[in-house]
Design a protein around this ligand. Sequence first.
Ligand SMILES: C[S@@+](CC[C@H](N)C(=O)[O-])C[C@H]1O[C@@H](n2cnc3c(N)ncnc32)[C@H](O)[C@@H]1O
Length: 209
Amino acid sequence: MGSGTTLLAAKDLNRNSAGFDLQRKYITLSSERLANQSLTGNSRQIAIQDDARNIPEYLEKNTISLIFTSPPYANLLNRKRKNKSRRNKDNGQLNKIEQYSQDPSDLGTLDIDDYTKNMGDIFENLLPYLKPKAHCVINVSDMWWENQRIAIHVNIVNELTKRGYELRNIIIWDKNNIVNQIGIFGWPNNYITMGVTFEYILDFWKKPI
Ligand SMILES: C[S@@+](CC[C@H](N)C(=O)[O-])C[C@H]1O[C@@H](n2cnc3c(N)ncnc32)[C@H](O)[C@@H]1O
């Protein structure tokens, strides 16, 4: 769930939604952002602090219309910052690791193989909770790791297909505009280019019966 943008979008669209994140600080932030929104509409949005592995405990089978998530991109952020894309390179972030957390359950601490397996386990367990033909949309980028190009999106497509999902579409999210203009990524103003100016939006569904 992160900062709760998906919950806010759900509120704008008058859709019920539940967001999950490991970290208490994101539950607080999301709840504050939701509280600042207008009071129109009669849908409900809730932010829940828990591991994505436990989401099934909160749901009933065949009731979910959409899963929408931007998970950690394996351990992309779990290394010291080089500040290559910063004008002021020697700022307080230089050589610091700025990862969401070092909690062992955090998907951002796992190397690509463990990450792929854990993503597979999480999404396989969620499949029974989707309605037939409901979509599961995952936003990821690829990454460089020790001078190797790691195609995270290929791993996810293959793993989720193995776990019973069907791929319906891949959308390339071109972020050039954002990078070239002011470099605003996420909320509020996180500047992370990660060496690419696009990400993948992987669109799966639960096959019709
Ligand atoms: C890429 S961020 C999400 C960014 C989000 N799209 C936004 O706009 O802020 C990934 C989030 O996944 C959370 N996370 C990592 N491992 C998790 C797990 N096992 N269960 C639940 N949340 C997890 C992190 O705490 C982090 O907030």
